[in-house]
Design a protein around this ligand. Structure first.
Ligand code: A3P
Length: 321
């Protein structure tokens, strides 16, 4: 009798301990996800990047680092997979060694107890592929001091806005996107993670005019003629690659292949961070999907505002191919 009562107490204690651990975890996750963005030098970033900003600012680039820079949803994962293939002589098995977010760490992504891009990069061997979504003025100084090569990929604003809206819904680090119309309003105002698309694409475009180490690519060109664009990348890196290897790269990095490859489609990311049942990361992979999302009125308003924001720039985008 005595023993069984003390066993019961023990069990209750353990249950209470377990449930308090679970609720603490839930609380801490709630404290991590869906929080408001924080201003860092005029750019809206995740709260946790803002808190760890000095780590990002002081990132130590190496001379042979290659920086892959994009505004979110512009083809980052696609060009990352292409580069990892080039770096590994199109050895598909080598490229499947780990998830894309570990092969090409996202430098400024710091989320307590979840991920730290700066620390991840310190662990990987050179030559490193480094991903960033930072606007050009926030790129850590050491990249410029070391004369690192950089590849920027830009995608037309309308498709980016649509892709970003679906991504906001499935990737929990972002604040709630609200309705499509509300999200579009925030996108146009630059009140989304990594700030204004307009400033981002123009900032990198201008930087390119004085920095020959920057290759500026367009998602739409990659869709139109991936072979031509992959060859451009190879030339920029100063590499010699056979036709056979180029064809292997093209096959492995096609949307169809990347969509079903767990090491490139982000399904290896824990489900509480990205919920693919809401919207898959590899969603459509086309140019011109905005036509299925924008109303006529939204499109007219967007075009008018676009003309104003992009006035005077030589940067031209195609919204369909
Ligand atoms: P959609 O949401 O329009 O489908 P990022 O990697 O910068 O986050 O960009 C993600 C976008 O690139 C998604 O766009 C995704 O489907 C698309 N994408 C990824 N791999 C691709 C590929 N191999 N070819 C074409 N588009 C690709």
């Amino acid at each position: 009798m005595e023993t069984s009562r003390s066993q019961h107490h023990q069990l209750w204690r353990e249950e209470r301990q377990i449930s308090s651990v679970i609720s603490e975890r839930m609380e801490s996750k709630e404290g991590i996800f869906r929080r408001q963005l924080v201003d860092v030098h005029g750019v809206a970033l995740f709260w946790s990047i803002a808190e760890a900003w000095s780590q990002v600012e002081n990132f130590q680039a190496k001379k042979d680092d290659l920086l892959i820079a994009t505004y979110p949803k512009s083809g980052t994962t696609w060009v990352s997979e292409i580069l990892d293939m080039i770096y590994n002589d199109a050895d598909v098995e080598k490229c499947k060694r780990d998830a894309i977010f570990n092969r090409v760490p996202f430098m400024e992504l710091i989320i307590p107890d979840i991920i730290n891009g700066v620390e991840q990069l310190a662990e990987i061997p050179s030559p490193r592929l480094v991903k960033t979504h930072l606007p050009v003025q926030l790129v850590p100084e050491s990249f410029w001091e070391n004369g690192c090569k950089m590849i920027y990929v830009a995608r037309n604003a309308k498709d980016v806005a649509v892709s970003y809206y679906h991504f906001y819904k499935m990737a929990k680090m972002h604040p709630e996107p609200g309705t499509w119309d509300e999200f579009l309003g925030k996108f146009v105002a630059g009140e989304v993670a990594f700030g204004s698309w307009y400033d981002h694409v123009k900032g990198w475009w201008e930087q390119k005019t004085t920095h020959p180490n920057i290759l500026y690519l367009f998602y739409e060109d990659m869709k139109e003629d991936p072979k031509r664009e992959v060859q451009k990348v190879i030339r920029f890196l100063g590499k010699e690659v056979s036709e056979e290897v180029v064809n292997k790269i093209l096959h492995h990095t096609s949307f169809k292949e990347m969509q079903k490859n767990p090491t490139s489609n982000y399904t290896m990311m824990p489900g509480d961070q990205m919920d693919h049942s809401v919207s898959p990361f590899m969603r459509k992979g086309i140019a011109g999907d905005w036509k299925n999302q924008f109303t006529v009125a939204q499109n007219e308003r967007f075009d008018e505002d676009y003309a104003e924001k992009m006035k005077g720039s030589t940067l031209l985008f195609r919204t369909e191919i």
